[in-house]
Design a protein around this ligand. Structure first.
Ligand SMILES: [Zn+2]
Length: 286
């Protein structure tokens, strides 16, 4: 059980009696509270469900300024790593200063640090946030840090207003997403924990949805240490990727090459958490 605000969220464990099991059996969300009490006692944990009852709809710009994001068109030599919990693309330090996210619910300017993904054992689940209880197949997180108040990501990560994460849902479809293929085609180069490779030139704008309507609320990191430092901005419109592109995620190992008990990252999403009275805004763009 998560949280202490009357809401109950169970994480269902499904045994996969095949050559590998999900890391979430032994190290997953149900065990986090032992080492990170905030998993159970926090009042602004993430992810959450977005639904008609908990969202205030803002149809014009009277509440928030326009959301502005800038990611220079083409990034070269982006490093992608197998973190053991999935894949992560790190933004090189000389490029970080050319990026920004500001406006919308944010009072400050934020810089892009890295992006990564969460997924499920099949395309029926996998996103962290849900919409009216419905999962998408996966969810991308673009992690930004507040460069007005802090000197770097590490400093910002623990603090209120420290981080802003853009969430993008992935919906499985019959069409391959060409820009996203630059990531998925390289996953075979980083099968084991600790492996690194470089991905081809990529346009971040091309892996964001066209419609920029979003939900926003104050939350936390969704993996330990679960710091309550994140202003979340989650786009309503998913991007569509081929099912086989998401299949590539599940081939990644949680373990290093030397491990005698290899485990794969079959699923790595945290279940939704109690809202605890927080407000959620939905900002709509035509
Ligand atoms: Zn994440």
């Amino acid at each position: 059980m998560y949280g202490n605000c009357g809401s109950v969220s169970y994480f269902c464990i499904n045994f996969e009696l095949i050559d590998s099991i999900s890391i979430y059996f032994s190290t997953g969300p149900i065990t986090w509270a032992k080492k990170y009490p905030i998993a159970a006692t926090g009042q602004r944990q993430s992810p959450i469900d977005f639904n008609g009852e908990n969202c205030t709809v803002c149809k014009d710009s009277s509440v928030f300024k326009p959301l502005e994001a800038k990611y220079p068109l083409v990034i070269n030599q982006l490093k992608m790593v197998n973190s053991g919990n999935g894949w992560r693309v790190d933004i090189p330090s000389d490029y970080v200063n050319d990026t920004f996210l500001k406006g919308g619910p944010l009072q400050h300017k934020y810089r892009l640090e890295q992006f990564h993904c969460h997924w499920g054992k099949n395309c029926e689940s996998g996103s962290e946030h849900t919409v009216n209880g419905k999962y998408y197949a996966a969810e991308l997180h673009f992690v930004h840090w507040n460069c007005d108040l802090f000197n770097n990501f590490k400093e910002a990560a623990k603090e209120d207003k420290g981080l802003a994460v853009l969430g993008v849902f992935l919906e499985s479809s019959e069409i391959k997403h060409e820009e996203f293929e630059k990531i998925t085609s390289m996953l075979k180069e980083i099968p084991y924990k600790g492996d690194e490779t470089f991905i081809p030139r990529i346009s971040i704008d091309n892996i964001l949805p066209k419609n920029r309507s979003y939900w926003t609320y104050e939350g936390s990191l969704t993996t330990p240490p679960l710091y309550e430092s994140v202003s979340w901005i989650v786009f309503k419109e998913p991007i569509r990727v081929h099912e086989t592109q998401i299949d590539e995620f599940r081939k990644l190992f949680h373990t290093s090459k030397e491990s005698k008990e290899p485990l794969k990252v079959i699923e790595n999403y945290r279940p939704v958490q109690p809202l605890c009275g927080r407000s959620v805004a939905f900002v709509e763009y035509a």
